[in-house]
Design a binder for this molecule. Structure first.
Ligand code: IVH
Length: 675
């Protein structure tokens, strides 16, 4: 091949690679395989090795490789890199709109764009004659830092625009603004890799993105999965640019820049408000902390000027924060039902997303040492959706030196017995089965909705009973007497009667619920049901062999061992005996081949005295037809079965608009649904 032909091949190869890079990193829609791509890149490298004089900075091989810097050079921005005003409610957005509409009537007929407010690091990208020539951080808005070499490593960043030959011709000088960030999934994968390699993990995508761009050696930046989204033109010379924000987004996209797909055009403020309020941040593949509403007419927006550093023509609607920092005042210890000891953070109270958070989970003791979390640290805490707030990690930069290193306790804080950390496990245990903290958790579990469903016996009452030494094990619940209860704080006649009645009522719970309530390690509601059906009586179950249990579908050796251990334990045998002596000894009705289940999926609550059926007969009727019976009205209650002299459940059902059935209605419902 002649030199000239080779040069031709070289140029078209660069073009091709640039295009595939764009398909992959900007459009997220590759048209060739990774292997094919790598082959092309390799071919390019070979040519460049033989012709170093041909290599230009826009070559796809030139993303990482610059020599490490000593420090970042300061860069004056060609125009101020403005910030944004914040709105936290619909009212705030409407106030902003009214303010600017009063300044200029044209706002009343204005249209808007609504864009995700990207939670990354603001970057300013300069292009000269279509070549990426300089990239800077925002800095103070006037002067930023030159991070060009780091930005070059971001594959979504075009080194040349337009990326494809049929794109528009950009102005000679074009300066755009965007956000460098890391996708949530890429972040998770990065942390998984680090964890597998036994290295320290990162706190969140934002800080990781920001930290990555502040590396003096761009090779480190290249190792992080950074990406980019752009949303504005800051400055241009010699050329035309659009006059509306919506067209700007389109234009940037046509030049080959990555632009958020989820930006929207809104013909008026009402549509824009509705969109802001109805956006679910979790639907985005990257983290956003709000939505930005912008006047679409950029000339109008410019003419409104700014307040401080905030342009009047745009507003950020901020979602409630999910992450905040606060002080870690102490580390508390929780003893679980099975003796598992877990640490939790005692925090300086802080608001996160409208809720005051005082405690957060610290996962386990290994987590504390891996993250080097110290008492007195400022910590980053996250509370998102339904999950329990958790500590992400310490902010090491603000340490004063007064923070205290933490060592896990050697003794159980409840009973004082030594804590064990079995070889190779992250969990720490208190193995004392008589540990009061475990007793409380066990009783709480025994009384819970999925087990014996004893209404009124929640954690605080259980704690009271244990503190007053009224119960030493589960079975003691059934020998409580009223005079003892009346001595407890907050217990009057009615409360004591109600609790005793609820305990009495629980005696008619079926065997599977009692088995669930025993709290055998690994035996939840489903396993308990299998055991109840198979053994029908606790005595029979207690004599089962390990082989027998292991042979039940869904049961493994671990559960079988746990069951063996539980029944072998002498204290547990005492509990069983006491339960039997007190009439808590349900036997499972033999299920003669399962009949139709017309009430499947429905949940019932029974209150008051029914005309013909006793409480437990009504319950059996519902359960044998596939329905569930619970002790209290909740969002998942399908029907209330009502008798005479109902309790407070009746009022609760009315409040929640739960449909009400008489005994006859119930029987009819079963009949109708059987047909
Ligand atoms: S527009 C005049 N649009 O949020 C234009 N900013 O809290 C002002 N940000 O400093 C910026 N996503 O760095 C704009 N879609 C978006 C944005 C966005 C994130 C950043 C921006 C700004 C900060 C303000």
């Amino acid at each position: 091949m002649s030199e000239q032909d080779l040069k031709q091949t070289y140029e078209s190869l660069k073009e091709e690679i640039r295009y595939h890079n764009y398909r992959y990193h900007v459009q997220d829609d590759p048209v060739i395989s990774d292997t094919e791509f790598d082959q092309k890149l390799k071919q390019l490298r070979v040519i460049e090795a033989n012709h170093p004089d041909w290599v230009t900075p826009d070559s796809p091989t030139q993303r990482a490789g610059a020599v490490p810097l000593d420090k970042f050079e300061k860069i004056e921005h060609p125009a101020p890199i403005l910030s944004l005003g914040n709105a936290f409610s619909e009212g705030d957005i409407r106030d902003w709109y009214e303010r600017i509409a009063r300044l200029d009537d044209r706002v009343r007929d204005a249209d808007f764009t609504v864009e995700p407010k990207l939670d990354g690091l603001t970057v300013v990208l300069h292009y000269e004659d279509g070549n990426f020539s300089l990239g800077a951080t925002r800095g103070n808005g006037e002067v930023g830092e030159n991070i060009t070499e780091n930005l070059r490593t971001i594959k979504a960043l075009p080194l040349r625009i337009p990326v494809s030959a049929d794109g528009p011709t950009p102005p000679e000088v074009l300066v755009v603004r965007g956000e460098a960030l890391i996708y949530k999934e890429a972040f998770e994968q990065l942390n998984q890799r680090l964890e597998a390699a036994g290295q320290k993990t990162y706190q969140n995508p934002r800080n990781t993105a920001a930290g990555s761009l502040r590396q003096l050696d761009s090779k480190s930046t290249a190792e992080r999965p950074l990406t980019l989204l752009v949303y504005a033109i800051v400055h241009h010379q010699n050329g035309e640019i659009p006059h509306t924000q919506w067209e700007t987004l389109e234009y940037l996209r046509d030049l080959g820049f990555p632009v958020a797909k989820t930006s929207s055009y809104c013909k008026n403020i009402n549509d824009a408000v509705a969109l802001c309020l109805n956006t679910d941040r979790d639907q985005f593949p990257y983290e956003i902390d709000g939505m930005v509403i912008k006047l679409n007419d950029l000339d109008l927006a410019d003419s409104l000027g700014f307040v401080g550093k905030d342009p009047r023509g745009a507003m950020a609607y901020k979602f409630p924060a999910e992450e905040v920092t606060t002080q870690l005042n102490d580390i508390g210890i929780n003893v679980g039902r099975t003796g598992v000891i877990t640490p939790y953070a005692v925090l300086e109270p802080v608001e996160i997303g409208g809720v005051i958070v005082r405690q957060a989970t610290l996962h386990n003791f290994d987590f504390i040492s891996e993250k080097d979390i110290r008492i007195g640290d400022r910590v980053l805490v996250k509370r998102a959706g339904e999950v329990i707030p958790y500590v992400i990690g310490p902010i090491e930069d603000v340490r004063t030196g007064d923070e205290e290193k933490y060592t896990p306790p050697e003794n159980c804080p409840s009973c004082g017995e030594p804590i064990v950390n079995p070889e190779g496990e992250v969990a720490y245990f208190c193995t004392n089965s008589a540990c009061p903290a475990q007793l409380v958790r066990n009783l709480e579990h025994f009384a819970s909705q999925g087990a014996m469903d004893i209404v009124g016996l929640g954690i605080s009452t259980v704690q009271q009973l244990a503190d007053a030494n009224l119960v030493g094990d589960l079975a003691d619940l059934f020998t409580l007497d009223k005079s003892e209860l009346l001595d407890l704080e907050g217990f009057g006649d009615k409360k004591a009667d109600n609790l005793l009645a609820a305990i009495e009522e629980s005696k008619s719970q079926p065997l599977r619920r009692l088995i669930t309530g025993l709290g055998i390690h690994g035996v939840g509601e489903v396993a308990a049901q299998d055991l109840a059906e198979r053994y029908q009586d606790l005595n029979v179950l207690s004599q089962a062999t390990k082989e027998e249990i292991e042979a039940i579908p869904g049961f493994g050796p671990n559960i079988a061992d746990a069951i063996m251990e539980w029944f072998d334990n002498e204290e547990n045998q005492q509990v069983l005996k006491k339960l039997k002596d007190n009439g808590v000894w349900p036997v499972e009705n033999v299920k003669v081949e399962q009949g139709p289940q017309p009430l499947e999926g429905l949940t019932f609550v029974i209150t008051g005295t029914l005309p013909n059926l006793t409480r437990s007969e009504a319950k059996n009727l519902i359960e044998s037809n596939g329905g569930k019976v619970t002790g209290s009205v909740s969002g998942s209650t399908s029907y209330l079965v009502l008798g005479t002299d109902p309790g407070s459940k009746y009022e609760q059902a009315q409040k929640r608009n739960v449909p009400i059935l008489s005994e006859t209605d119930l029987k009819q419902l079963i009949e109708e649904r059987t047909k």
